[in-house]
Design a protein. Structure first.
Length: 346
């Protein structure tokens, strides 16, 4: 099987498995796991924040961040296809008592002008704004990357109004590879940033939440409340450290594979995709011109050894990652081509 469903499917490298087997560990709930402590220090350093917290998943990192920044009954401004809104089981409502205020934005990239129009002060009718959440790279918009200037304006103006900003940077290092800016530079305008070790960086488990020390200390208690006290988590952190040191440099290979696939797919009759829009490792293509539904198309791909996810009735998402080589991408393209030429099922 060639698995292009997501970069979450990556398996730990041989070096990671070795480091996990030999990791120095302690009880992290007591703050005594030296490997977790090293990972947290390194994540803080790389993102230019005071402190960082190792969490089991990106969803937990975002959930903790939203709770840290808000009070019950507030709104969280986010893009209309944001992961925090659509893919996290309404955690902002369940855990933080907040509702999302979605704004549809071109390429998933919010501008301050759009945000400003939705910021609500205290009033007898409306829920006040508690937080602005940006997603970088933006998953469902196709792995798009925030321009630094846009982020800086959002951060500066939000802070002038006393509003915090959180970045869902699940794929922060893809943004780093695409833009050439450091993680610290990209995260500088925001108060907290979450990024995942377990996606393109290849670690088996884990994400980091970085920000000011007072918030991260409070976040540690929220992580425990959510069942995220992980004890001898150094076995996981050891893989995370390698993910941080060794994997970011190769992400541009995934980006080149994604662009290559999009360019090939664009040549097929009935398939719509704009290769010029591909900035990182995520590609959405529309199969409706072939007469197939996305679900049936994806099922036909799977029968031939290729997994890609249907998103809605017309679109399929592919995500490149280090377990998929250029040769695999060539084979994947041949399978898509074959299916696109078949008569759709009636
Ligand atoms: N995204 C997954 C699915 O949940 C859709 C994927 O396959 O892309 N923020 C963003 C932007 C994400 O894309 C994801 C995962 C998360 C947060 C959550 O991370 P996890 O899966 O570790 O909870």
């Amino acid at each position: 099987m060639i698995d292009l469903r997501s970069d979450t499917v990556t398996k730990p490298t041989a070096a990671m498995r070795h480091a996990m087997a030999h990791a120095e560990v302690g009880d992290d709930v007591y703050g005594e796991d030296p490997t977790v402590n090293r990972l947290e220090r390194r994540a803080a350093e790389l993102t230019g924040k005071e402190a960082a917290l190792f969490v089991p998943s990106g969803t937990m990192g975002n959930t903790i961040a939203i709770k840290l920044h808000t009070q019950h009954g507030q709104e969280v401004i986010c893009e209309s296809r944001a992961h925090v809104l659509d893919w996290e089981l309404a955690m902002m409502a369940w855990f933080a008592g907040c509702v999302g205020r979605p704004i549809a934005a071109v390429d998933g990239i919010l501008t301050w002008e759009q945000i400003r129009a939705q910021v609500k002060p205290l009033s007898p009718h409306a829920a006040p704004t508690g937080l602005i959440a940006v997603e970088n790279t933006h998953n469902v918009a196709g792995g798009t990357v925030y321009p630094l200037e846009t982020l800086r304006e959002i951060g500066y103006e939000a802070h002038r109004l006393g509003l915090p900003v959180h970045m869902d940077g699940a794929r922060l290092f893809n943004a780093v590879a695409a833009s050439g800016h450091s993680a610290a530079k990209i995260a500088a305008p925001v108060d907290t940033v979450m990024f995942c070790l377990s996606k393109g960086l290849g670690a088996p488990v884990g994400s980091m939440l970085a920000g000011p020390r007072v918030l991260i200390d409070a976040g540690r208690l929220l992580r425990k409340r959510l069942g995220g006290g992980m004890r001898q988590a150094g076995v996981l952190a050891a893989a995370g450290l390698l993910a941080l040191e060794e994997m970011p440099a190769r992400l541009s290979e995934d980006h080149a594979n994604a662009r290559w696939l999009a360019t090939q797919l664009a040549t097929l009759d009935g398939i719509q995709v704009d290769p010029a829009r591909v900035r990182t490792n995520i590609v959405f293509f529309d199969v409706s011109g072939t007469g197939w539904t996305a679900a049936a198309f994806s099922a036909a791909l799977k029968e031939r050894g290729l997994i890609m996810s249907a998103f809605g009735a017309r679109e399929i998402r592919l995500v490149t990652h280090y377990d998929v080589s250029r040769v695999d991408c060539e084979a994947a393209f041949a399978i898509v081509q074959e299916v696109s030429r078949l008569r759709p099922p009636v």
